[in-house]
Design a protein around this ligand. Sequence first.
Ligand code: NAD
Length: 276
Amino acid sequence: SKVPPIILNNGVEMPQLGFGVWQVPDGEAESAVATALEAGYRSIDTAAIYGNEEGVGKAVAASGIPREDLFVTTKLWNSDHGYDSALRAFDASLAKLGLEYVDLYLIHWPLPSRGRFVETYKAFEKIHADGRAKAIGVSNFLPEHLERLIDATSVIPAVNQIELHPHLQQPAAREYHAEQGIATEAWSPLGQGKGLLEVPAIVAIAQKHGRSPAQVVLRWHLQLGTIVIPKSVTPSRIRENIQVFDFSLDTEDMAAISALNEDRRIGPDPATFDMA
Ligand code: NAD
């Protein structure tokens, strides 16, 4: 099924649903990504720290899909902050992917206590100006980090990829992004598949539509305008997660899911996360 695009603030089109490959070993990434591409995904979300850029690159090359029809995102890891190290880290990622450009390059975490993300982002602006990243953005930035970044640089991030699912709905961040023209992208959109997919309200909506809980949660994100990158290595689930463009949730369903917010993170707090 065809995934509709979100138009980023620089005019670049990004598929609203993509395939995430965190925790997919390099040796399995090629076949998982190949399955995703066959199922119709055209956007892949990887990162230097995932250690699978080579596997992703192999699947992309083997697919025969024209480069301009694909959207590849990768991210700069925490140990590579700084202007020169960011340029080097980008070269390394591009070489592993076997690509001439990425569609989106993200700063993985802000590490605010180290105070280097502005410097890092200036290297991103250079990479963007050189056409080697069609769009640049950030991940795990709180509004206060975005404010600092926007004050000190000239390219407004196209995307902020943050933890976002029905148990952590991030209303303040989403509102700030909308004001600034930054697209919100949800990581762990399924809450990592843990308790969320068994929540009775979600199961009931799934039964009502004859769909799976995962499909219902993905629909909720899509109808709010969020970009999603669900992950699975199970072929049937990879296909299931993209079969979400032929039904929709009604106002009541949307409200029932929006009532599930608990402001509860699964992952680290970006204000303090400092792992190199
Ligand atoms: P997710 O919310 O996509 O959940 C994935 C898990 O849910 C799977 O491992 C599986 O157990 C289960 N699942 C998937 N499809 C299912 C289905 N149809 N039915 C039942 N269970 C299903 O979690 P994620 O992998 O953490 O996040 C998605 C992507 O987001 C990652 O792969 C990665 O690309 C990105 N990410 C980014 C950051 C960041 O810091 N920027 C952090 C975490 C994840």
